[in-house]
Ligand binder design. Structure first.
Ligand SMILES: [Zn+2]
Length: 304
């Protein structure tokens, strides 16, 4: 179900199928230690990741960078006891809020994602925060954590290795799924993807799915732009969100994949915060669970 892919010397991606709860992680080995980008949804996935790390180095994981606060990217922070966990200030705030509401999140996830394994996963606040950007240097390699602001999440952080032309994009890029403005508006997500396109890079590791290229993220951006244009046309005709979504039913893109984006675009047009600002909000999580189910169905079909 997963793969540990070498992207450059001492740089790896832990890649899982393009499914909602199966996120990717980045691994960068330095002279004395290891830097990891994002933790995972459950203990089993994390054990696999740690085993792959142990296969390439016996150095300890010193830093864990969270790209954003969503559970599939922070849920096993506590399973990296030797690491200082770093994230944006916004991300830590959000993680703290989620941690205080852990019971509510547990209940929502169990109800909407009954088949997902969350064993050993929970919110744990990070140790260190930054605003804007920060760099860590290992083996003459600069490892930049860049905060782009709200887009997919409360504030999207990407990890950029300029010497290698590699970007760990978090969920601004979901290869094989669809762009998903969560806490941010669609327009902000589009702006953030453009910033990724402006980086000098060839390898874009999405938060989900296999690593892709610059043209793959461009494709996600144009898809989000076209969903925006069409949603706006529906809105201008006075259609409700439910009526608008019907016009996406016969697209090549499964309608479940379009829903989170259209919901967010409608929120923006109506001048409201996206429904997903509260991750336990049922309408957003319901849409996510439909998407998760459809993605799983498509995956099973192509991997019998
Ligand atoms: Zn994710």
């Amino acid at each position: 179900m997963h793969e540990f892919r070498e992207l450059a010397k001492n740089v790896y991606a832990f890649v899982q199928p393009a499914l909602i709860w199966y996120s990717a992680a980045g691994v960068i080995v330095g002279e004395r230690d290891v830097i990891v980008v994002d933790s995972l949804t459950n203990e089993t996935m994390t054990e696999s990741l740690l085993e792959h790390i142990r296969n390439v180095t016996d150095k300890p994981v010193r830093f864990l960078i969270n790209t954003h606060s969503h559970p599939d990217h922070v849920y096993t922070n506590h399973l990296f006891p030797s690491a200082t966990v770093i994230c944006s200030e916004e991300c830590r705030e959000k993680t703290r809020e989620f941690q205080l509401n852990q019971a509510l999140h547990d209940e929502t996830f169990a109800r909407l994602f009954p088949d997902v394994n969350f064993a050993g996963g929970r919110y744990t606040v990070q140790d260190m925060t930054f605003n804007g950007a920060m760099s860590i240097y290992r083996y003459n390699r600069e490892i930049q954590a860049i905060e782009l602001g709200p887009g997919h999440s409360e504030s999207d952080v990407v990890v950029y290795l300029p010497e290698d032309g590699i970007v760990f994009c978090g969920d601004l890029f979901m290869n094989g799924l669809a762009p998903m403005p969560g806490e941010g508006f669609a327009s902000a997500a589009i702006a953030n993807i453009r910033k990724l396109e402006d980086l000098s890079a060839d390898i874009y590791v999405g938060g989900h799915g296999a690593p892709g290229s610059k043209s793959d993220i461009e494709e996600q951006r144009t898809l989000l732009e076209s969903l925006t244009t069409r949603s706006r046309q529906c809105y201008d005709r006075g259609m409700s969100y439910d009526e608008a979504i019907e016009t996406f039913e016969n697209d090549k893109l499964p309608v479940e994949f379009a829903r989170p984006a259209v919901l967010s675009i409608y929120s923006e047009l109506e001048g409201q915060l996206p429904a997903s600002r509260t991750p336990a909000d049922t309408s957003h999580m319901l849409v996510m669970s439909q998407l998760a189910r459809r993605a799983e169905m498509l995956y099973r079909k192509s991997n019998p």
